[in-house]
Each structure stands twice: as structure tokens, then as C-alpha cells.
Design a protein around this ligand. Structure first.
Ligand code: MD3
Ligand code: FE
Length: 203
């Protein structure tokens, strides 16, 4: 079932559930090639979410800034190929939200353990803001914060559960967002973690 959380943002509850096993198997294959790591922000802080990527471009942060690049900085090799199951899921979610020509060239995989969070930020390292972002939540639930176009606006709290897919486009594309600290818990498929996949058109 779908929920409109704001103009441009569509939550497709349970949209990924039928593919939960395939998605988690693909994650384990990706992390064998490109392990999770805690990247450093330009300000020198270690991010509490561990990250890796697949697809033609991967999102990275280090002392030089935030950017997309073709190589995994940990190995110097190209990021793992984006699995067809990932690309097909993201495309069909985007299509359901009215974006017929979304072809993601990047998938960022975030892993949250108890205590991990992501502060309010905008996603603006991509070239074309007319392209949406598709996110897929797996494992433990976590409270998502959806703010406005300026940091000062009080965010709405929206819990995201295992299997939920969200399409963020149009006027929602540049809204501030983040996730609150993950509470300790156990999920039958992911154990003590939440995984979030974000599909983007970087270039
Ligand atoms: C709303 N990830 O990786 S996903 C990120 O749960 C990120 O890991 C969060 O924010 C997570 O950049 C949130 C949902 C999301 C992703 C991108 C958005 C919401 C968004 C871009 C614009 C507006
Ligand atoms: Fe984001």
C-alpha cells in the first residue's frame, strides 16, 4: 500500500518484501568485494553508519569532500556491478511513482547498528535533481526525519520498516532528511542491523 508523505514523496510500504532474501544475498555478495567502512566527513568526523556502494558510481566522503566516483577508495577498483534485482526494484518503484525513465547508476548501501544515526542533510551531489531517489529499508525499523527546504524547519518523524520503499522526487528531492539513532533490536533476517539502499542517478 502507498502513502503520500508530502508532495513528491511516496512511501510504498512492503514493496520490497517479496524480494527480501534476494536483496540480502546480493548485499552479502557486494560486501565480499567492497566491505562496509566508516567514511570520514570533510569536517573530520567518522560516520556512524557503515557504507559501501555498487553501480557505476559510488558516493564517497573524505577530507577532500563529498562526491561520486567510479572507484572504491578502499581498493582502487571499480565498485561492484549493480545487481539486476536492485536495478529492477528501483526502476519499478520509480515507475509506480510516475518516473518512467529512472535508470539508477549508483546504489549506496548504509548499515546501521544500535546507536548509529544520520543527521539532517540534503542530497545534492547528483547532477540532475529532476531524477528521483529511491530508498529501500531492510531489517530493523528506524525513524526517518523529513524536514523542509531549509534546515530550520521542524522535521516530521516517519518510521520506516523492513521492506518499505520510498520514492523521493519533485519538490521533495532537496528536502532535509536524516534518521534518528537506531535502537537495539533483533530482526529475523538481518540480526541487529538496518540496511538502507539508496538508488540515484549520479550523472
Ligand atoms: C529525502 N539515507 O544515504 S533514506 C542517504 O535511511 C540517506 O540511510 C537515509 O539519507 C537512510 O543520503 C535515508 C531516505 C532518503 C534518501 C534520500 C533522500 C530520503 C530522502 C533525498 C531527498 C529527500
Ligand atoms: Fe540523504
Amino acid at each position: 500500500f502507498t502513502e503520500h508523505v508530502s508532495e513528491g514523496a511516496l512511501v510504498l510500504r512492503q514493496f520490497a518484501t517479496t524480494q527480501e532474501h534476494d536483496l540480502l544475498t546480493e548485499i552479502s555478495q557486494i560486501i565480499a568485494l567492497a566491505p562496509f567502512r566508516h567514511m570520514t566527513t570533510p569536517g573530520g568526523h567518522s560516520m556512524s553508519a557503515a557504507m559501501t556502494c555498487c553501480g557505476r558510481y559510488g558516493w564517497v566522503t573524505d577530507a577532500r569532500g563529498y562526491r561520486y566516483q567510479r572507484e572504491d577508495p578502499s581498493s582502487g577498483k571499480p565498485w561492484p556491478v549493480m545487481p539486476t534485482t536492485f536495478a529492477d526494484l528501483a526502476q519499478s518503484a520509480a515507475q509506480s511513482a510516475g518516473y518512467a525513465d529512472f535508470i539508477p547508476d549508483s546504489c549506496l548501501i548504509n548499515r546501521y547498528k544500535a546507536g548509529a544515526k544520520m543527521g539532517l542533510h540534503q542530497d545534492k551531489n547528483e547532477q540532475d535533481f529532476t531524477q528521483p531517489i529511491v530508498s529501500v529499508s531492510l531489517g530493523l525499523s528506524q525513524v526517518f526525519q523529513f524536514g523542509g527546504l531549509v534546515r530550520g524547519e521542524r522535521p516530521r518523524n516517519i518510521p520506516l520498516y523492513h521492506g518499505d520503499v520510498v520514492v523521493w522526487g519533485g519538490p521533495a528531492r532537496l528536502r532535509y532528511h536524516g534518521v534518528l539513532t537506531l535502537k537495539a533490536g533483533e530482526h529475523p533476517l538481518t540480526g541487529s542491523c538496518r540496511y538502507n539502499l539508496t538508488f540515484r542517478c549520479a550523472r
